[in-house]
Design a protein around this ligand. Structure first.
Ligand SMILES: Nc1ncnc2c1ncn2[C@@H]1O[C@H](COP(=O)(O)OP(=O)(O)OP(=O)(O)O)[C@@H](O)[C@H]1O
Ligand SMILES: CC(=O)N[C@H]1[C@@H]2OC[C@@H](O2)[C@@H](O)[C@@H]1O[C@H](C)C(=O)O
Length: 364
């Protein structure tokens, strides 16, 4: 029987440029948009420091947004090229590229979210159909527009124990709770690495706290931590989402570099612990993806606070650096097939919501 091109598994590439502004992750998967048949190669193309600064300068939707969007798109085109070379796959064999873009503004309460990147240009550069603008439809319908990875986490986690929590510690941290009937609850827990990164850069000139060594040498300032956790975000019910710098009010400016790193790491951990109380039932296991899983202070803190196994996602054979990029490959296939990207309990959208905008390979 000939496979149905509308429902059979296809090769898809996902591209994610996250809130850490550190680079673009690209990943290849094979999926029908419901199940993941195969995980393929993945690459990261790091951004040079001057491009990071140009991206940082357009956060808040100001400055040379068009220039940054164009350069970002070129970097993404480069990532696709490298991934295809590595995988030994021809562009013509890839059905779609899921292009998340770079979030430069996220204010769902005002029905605003903006991811920059030029989908038409990327389709032209790669010769592959591109899906972008994943969050707008959800936000326009009254949803948070984030997180969107939960449906992918659920597909990947088929067969694992429940209730399961999949935690991503990127610039911002977000959790997917997967219940006994495969029901989902998701939200951003609070800070991930972005505050620590900015602090470590400002006080030591290094881009992040390698392994958590600076935090390990410091002492948590209980008063500062208490003030940080008093932010109204932490008592808001789920679903909820954050903009990168929404929590940054610099209460910690007077601390030593090590004490600041320790206090901000504790902030990330305590925000996750607060998030556990928003889950319908306490997860029996936490799987951690994103760059924060390399920070030992974060992982040790989570283990202490959560009291159940907390492991990097590699424990179940996933790639913690590629998970979000893979998710946007999966979501792009779902978008082409009209399947929902978000659900009432993942983004607060009134009904399961489709989304994404398609730029055909041939250009039109
Ligand atoms: N070896 C390491 N030790 C400590 N921290 C690390 C290490 N490697 C990466 N990180 C942290 O992980 C961050 C990058 O994480 P990741 O790539 O998951 O974020 P992102 O995808 O940009 O963010 P988001 O998921 O919020 O969109 C770095 O900025 C750094 O803080
Ligand atoms: C608006 C936006 O870009 N949010 C990101 C960010 O980075 C982590 C967290 O905040 C999450 O909500 C989301 O990304 C992931 C990929 C998501 O949508 O699931």
């Amino acid at each position: 029987m000939t496979p149905d091109p509308h429902t059979s598994p296809v090769l898809a590439i996902g591209l994610m440029s996250g809130t850490s502004l550190d680079g673009v992750d690209a990943a290849l998967i094979e999926t029908d948009g419901q199940r993941v048949r195969r995980l393929g190669h993945a690459v990261t193309v790091p951004y040079a420091p001057d491009f990071r600064e140009r991206l940082r300068a357009v956060l808040g939707d100001r400055g040379d947004v068009a220039g940054a969007a164009r350069e970002l798109t070129l970097r993404h085109g480069e990532a696709v090229g490298r991934l295809l070379d590595l995988a030994g796959v021809a562009a013509a064999d890839v059905a779609v590229v899921g292009f998340h873009g770079q979030t430069i503004l996220h204010r769902p309460a005002d029905r605003l979210t903006r991811q920059i990147g030029d989908g038409a240009l990327l389709a032209k550069l790669t010769g592959i159909t591109v899906v972008d603008d994943f969050r707008s439809a959800d936000v326009a319908a009254g949803g948070e527009g984030a997180p969107l990875v939960p449906v992918y986490h659920r597909a990947l986690a088929a067969g694992l124990e429940r209730p399961l929590a999949v935690l991503n510690i990127g610039g911002v941290a977000n959790v997917t709770w997967i219940g006994p009937d495969d029901d989902l609850v998701a939200f951003d827990t609070g800070p991930g690495n972005a505050l620590v990164d900015d602090w470590v850069m400002a006080t030591t000139g290094r881009p992040f706290d390698e392994g958590g060594s600076l935090a390990a040498a410091g002492r948590v300032d209980g008063d500062v931590l208490k003030r940080l956790l008093a932010h109204p975000y932490f008592t808001r019910p789920a679903p909820k989402s954050l903009d990168r710098d929404e929590l940054g009010r610099r209460e910690w400016a007077h601390l030593s570099p090590a004490d600041g790193a320790a206090t901000l790491a504790a902030f990330t951990v305590e925000a996750v612990a607060a998030g556990q109380d928003l889950c319908p039932a306490a997860p029996s296991r936490w799987l951690v993806g994103g760059g924060g899983r390399h920070n030992q202070v974060l992982l040790d803190g989570l283990r202490q606070r959560l009291g159940v196994p907390v492991e990097p996602v590699e424990a179940v054979g996933w790639d913690g650096d590629a998970l979000e990029a893979e998710a946007f490959a999966f979501l792009a296939v779902r978008s082409l097939r009209g399947l929902p990207l978000s659900l009432p309990r993942t983004t607060g959208v009134p009904q399961p919501m489709a989304g994404g905008r398609t730029w055909p390979a041939g250009g039109r």
